[in-house]
Design a protein around this ligand. Sequence first.
Ligand code: IVH
Length: 746
Amino acid sequence: MENDLFSHAASQPSNSEDPAKRIAALSAELEHHNELYYQDAEPEISDAEYDALMNELKKLEATHPELARPDSPTQRVGGAPLEGFTQVRHLVPMLSIEDIHELKDEELEELRLTKPDATRADNLIAWFDRFHRALGHSDVALSVEPKIDGVAVSLVYRNGLLDYAVTRGDGSTGDDITQNIKTIKSIPLRLPAGAPALFEVRGEVFMPNAAFAQLNQQRDEAGEPAFVNPRNATAGTLKQLDPKLVAARPLDCIFHSYGRVDNAPYSSVSEFQQTLSDYGLKSTHWFKMPTTMDELLACISQLDEDRHGFPYATDGAVIKVNDLALHAQLGATSKHPKWACAYKFLPEQKETRINAITIQVGRTGVLTPVAELDPVFVSGSTVSRATLHNQDEIDRKDIRIHDTVIIEKAGEIIPAVVKVVTEKRPADTPRFNLYDHVNGQCPSCHGPIEQEEGFVAWRCLNFACPAQAVTRIKHFASRKALDIAGLGTAVAEKLVDTEIITTTLDLFDLQADTLADLLLDPAQLEGGESKPRRLGEKRAATIVASLDDARSAPLSKWIYAMGIPHIGESAAREIARLHKNLTEVSTSPILRDLANLPDFEELSVSKRKKENHPRLARYQIESELGPVAAQHIVAFFDSEAGQNVLERWRSLGIDPQSDNYDPEKSAFKNTDSAITGKTFVITGTLSQPRPEFQQLIEANGGKVSSSISAKTDYLLAGEKAGSKRSKAESLGVAILDEQAFTAMLP
Ligand code: IVH
């Protein structure tokens, strides 16, 4: 996309510029780009350029907090987490709408016994007649719009500024979710001049279908339970107390109604739609105005067809009387207004058969079971596969190969198996067990698979598994890892697809001209190109130069870059604090020691001392590096793949060094201990195997010997210590029980 950034005044910072002016200019420019991106879907600048402007504004606001405005674009990135949500009373109660259901097959059959010409929309026809009777005339314009299957919110703008946002709650009081709502970029923080002094506007927050599908895929891969539909994902997101998490999930909002408004500039539903768009508040793109029953029915079946192509989930049509004067005349019950109804479509369900269950290896090694179905047409498209998510989900629904199943689209989008028609199950169909199905092996590389404790997913542990190569390379090259400029998704995919490389370390064998000749897939390129594009000499040279720099990147970056499960950035830095280089890491007694401890996950250093994890406290290890992380890194270096990686590092001459090694804290050089220089003999039954104690003594600079002599300093004696105890007594060697020994640890 053409970059016109530099034509904007705000893009030319000058040191002499007044900070208030600069803040105003940056804010205006960021809002302009927000609008282009989120409302018009026509961005003019790159993400990086946008981030640079945002960062400049954040810095300015931090140095001049008095100049930070409530509608600043920085408000959208999420502030500090909340302790809980405050309750706020709605200015006008949030009523619901009377639901009118499309009739099911059985219901229609029964009705036709007494009313032969009845249709599925019989209840709607009755509603239509009822309000015409109440009004006394039949020439009433209606509006029809999609019923968005989201989470209702009410926003209050005062004097043009977004004051607060509240959930529906019980209809009269809801949760204050202002911080979370501000992260939704399509919602304006300020209304244009001339908007009413008080404007309470209501709408549905939703997660767009594509984002929902992606989020669930990520959750499957992370071994987390998938959300059932986009509404649950939205509700789950809005309930988060940490707005940063909300900002990371792409929510959107469409407005459809109002609460209290001073001097409303509209007198009908259709005029209200116009007001919404004048104010930059997103409104429905599908809006029709029928008058007769036949027109209404035609609109509704049109919507039922069109909605499958909408970017959000819909479960019906909202029908309103257009004229607001008639709203007042018709009034409301305590629950819902009499001038509107929601016609709910039946979720389309189809019966089909599972012919096979295939196992997909995801890019992080997670094994996802997928039902291969007899193709059926449901909710607007032909479905032949449905994810079964994981073994737990299969067990819960007891899904087996060759079962006849009912399927629908979750939130009208994602094919899902609702239930099994057990009557149709062939005799002797065995239960489905993912592990047995793949013979305990990854279907892609035949390496071992494992189900981590507390996670539902099975995962391939093979570092060299080809199914995971692209993910690993992208992670390896990411900014927080080795920051290989120019090596993005398109390049990584092409390198792996064409088998030019199969593992991350193969990158270091790449020649600049091989890279320059890569033809990138247009689908992967930004800017909607239609032809493959050659990578070119310039980008190839950038990649090669970044790879060369990466050779001397610090140990922590290299450990993080390997993409070992549970080794995030903090754990990697912690490992680099305790070890000088990769050789030390690969043979580390500390990591082995840690790996054998019970999981302490949440324990702080002080708590760990209290909970009697003296070894952990001694290393003063931050909680990011717990037993689980240690087990994974130890398992990695013990595996064949890990050994191969070590070997490759050596042959490539890559030997990363720690840049945060801290011998003071590190157990390797801990000379403060009462154990240092002392000789121990261990006997009797202790709480853990003896090698555990031996490692501890050695890690603290002590020695362990197998027999007692006059040179022995201490006998560490457990229960049932026999002859060694008497010998120690006779030689005058100090005898320690486990508690006394633990007390000697630093
Ligand atoms: S108008 C008196 N229009 O559905 C309420 N509501 O089940 C007037 N909803 O409370 C609301 N799409 O939260 C309206 N196009 C739409 C809607 C819509 C979804 C929600 C809304 C309402 C609920 C009723």
